[in-house]
Design a protein around this ligand. Structure first.
Ligand SMILES: [Fe+2]
Length: 251
């Protein structure tokens, strides 16, 4: 009955596996999180964008090989640092609606938009919103939405400026739906910190980054201690119920 997801985000992998990102080695951290996620016997590995820092086929190829060697099915979606077209070379990316079990579907969205301003922010666009509305209105199961940019703020002003720029349209869509048709849970990355909230009766989660952690509440980019790096376990239960916990990489 239970469906367990290992949610990893913001890997920021470099072309050189030894290279540093903001003073730390993203490759080592990702592999550590991937190995740790084996211990929870997840049913799905979900990667919510900023998979690479160096956009190069070699980096996606290496990531793909790691994921294929992992004993769990996986799904990825792009962040603002990714190239969605390049990702499609190896595996389907967002948007997708995936049946997880008899109780839950996963909807992945692409919020990466080259023209989105300020740089680094995200956008869904009218076409994706129309597609999403059809998915939500026609489904009879609980819906888990995964997208890189949160449609909400996390009380960290500098990164909140870089969230979903058409969040208003996204929430207007959710508000227009009967409560039973609204998504049960929305999970995101991008903010490099674990956060949990609720809006319009919809539960909201962000995953910590595997690469580097951003300090919660900061007004400008500031790193948090390495103990804040990690990933999230999400257990989907029957009737739209769920539970979660954050796992530190524990240096
Ligand atoms: Fe990121």
């Amino acid at each position: 009955m239970q469906f367990t997801i290992a949610h990893l985000s913001d890997l920021h992998l470099k072309r050189d596996t030894q290279a540093l990102f903001k003073g730390q080695c993203p490759e080592a951290h990702f592999l550590q999180a991937l190995a740790a996620s084996k211990r929870i016997r997840a049913d799905l590995l979900l990667l919510t964008g900023d998979l690479v820092q160096d956009v190069h086929p070699e980096v996606y190829q290496r990531l793909y090989q790691h994921l294929q060697a992992h004993p769990v099915p996986w799904v990825w979606l792009p962040g603002n640092h990714d190239d969605p077209q390049l990702m499609q070379t190896w595996a389907a990316s967002a948007p997708r609606q995936i049946a997880l079990n008899a109780h839950w579907d996963l909807i992945t969205l692409n919020t990466q938009a080259q023209e989105s301003r300020p740089l680094g922010s995200g956008c869904l666009g009218q076409q994706a919103l129309a597609w999403l509305e059809t998915c939500l209105r026609t489904s009879h199961k609980a819906q888990l939405i995964a997208m890189h940019h949160p449609a909400h703020k996390v009380a960290t002003p500098w990164i909140d400026r870089l969230n979903l720029q058409d969040a208003q349209a996204f929430w207007a869509l959710c508000r227009s739906l009967p409560k039973a048709k609204r998504p049960a849970l929305i999970v995101s990355g991008h903010v490099h910190q674990a956060w949990q909230g609720r809006y319009l009766g919809i539960n909201l989660l962000t995953a910590p980054a595997t690469s580097v952690a951003f300090q919660a509440g900061a007004t400008q980019s500031q790193l948090a201690p390495v103990t804040m790096q990690g990933w999230r376990q999400i257990d989907l239960l029957a009737q739209g119920q769920w539970r979660t916990r954050v796992l530190s990489l524990q240096y």
